[in-house]
Design a binder for this molecule. Structure first.
Ligand SMILES: *[C@@H]1O[C@H](CO)[C@@H](O)[C@H](O)[C@H]1NC(C)=O
Ligand SMILES: *[C@@H]1O[C@H](CO)[C@@H](O)[C@H](O)[C@H]1NC(C)=O
Length: 174
């Protein structure tokens, strides 16, 4: 498959990665998604991300041979950077994944560092708006959500009531 759409997509090369967002700590509150979904109503538009936010992402990669991870995600669009602080289960030493908007990412821990290039750079706050296909409403992780898919790669669930991300799944067809 083509290169991953973005470095912000955590561990994008894995066959299936499912991440759920928990306690977001947004500095700006996204506008509420329109709850209207009556017959003939236009498909809802994805809520843009705040320009800066902190989210806790629970990631379950066990199906593709990986492990459980708890990721503190610090997104900072104005300053062109994103930090994923990755805590793996039973591992004391977190991995830092710093992604810059120019496409350079650094993965490092206390003992090693490597550089990865993602030409696409950081996802802009409205990355989903262009080219997403609306698939309807679904109940997921206990929330009533709108569901969109984009390039048959990502499935993105957003809470209807607040417009906050609840879950995203990545599929990388091999
Ligand atoms: C992780 O995913 C696997 C496979 O889908 C599932 O069996 C397991 O219950 C999940 N674990 C957690 C903690 O969500
Ligand atoms: C991108 O920006 C980072 C942070 O300023 C810098 O370390 C890196 O060298 C830059 N990469 C390129 C290809 O310019």
């Amino acid at each position: 498959m083509s290169p991953p759409p973005s470095p912000l997509m955590l561990l994008p090369l894995l066959h299936l990665a499912a991440g759920s967002f928990a306690a977001g700590n947004a500095k700006a509150t996204p506008p509420s998604a329109a709850a209207a979904a009556g017959a003939g109503a236009p498909a809802p538009v994805p809520t843009p991300w705040p320009e800066q936010f902190h989210a806790v992402v629970f990631t379950n990669l066990t199906e593709s041979g990986g492990r459980l991870q708890l990721i503190d995600l610090y997104y900072d669009w104005p300053k062109g950077r994103n930090l994923n602080l990755i805590h793996s289960q039973l591992s004391g030493d977190p991995t830092y994944d710093v992604e810059w908007t120019n496409g350079t990412s650094y993965y490092f821990d206390s003992g090693s560092c490597r550089t990865v290039r993602f030409p696409v750079g950081l996802l802009p706050p409205d990355w989903l708006a262009d080219g997403a296909v609306y698939l309807g409403r679904e109940h997921v992780d206990g929330f009533d959500c709108h569901l969109w898919t984009k390039v048959d790669f990502i499935w993105y669930y957003e809470e209807v009531a607040t417009g906050r991300p609840v879950r995203w799944n990545f599929f990388n067809g091999v």
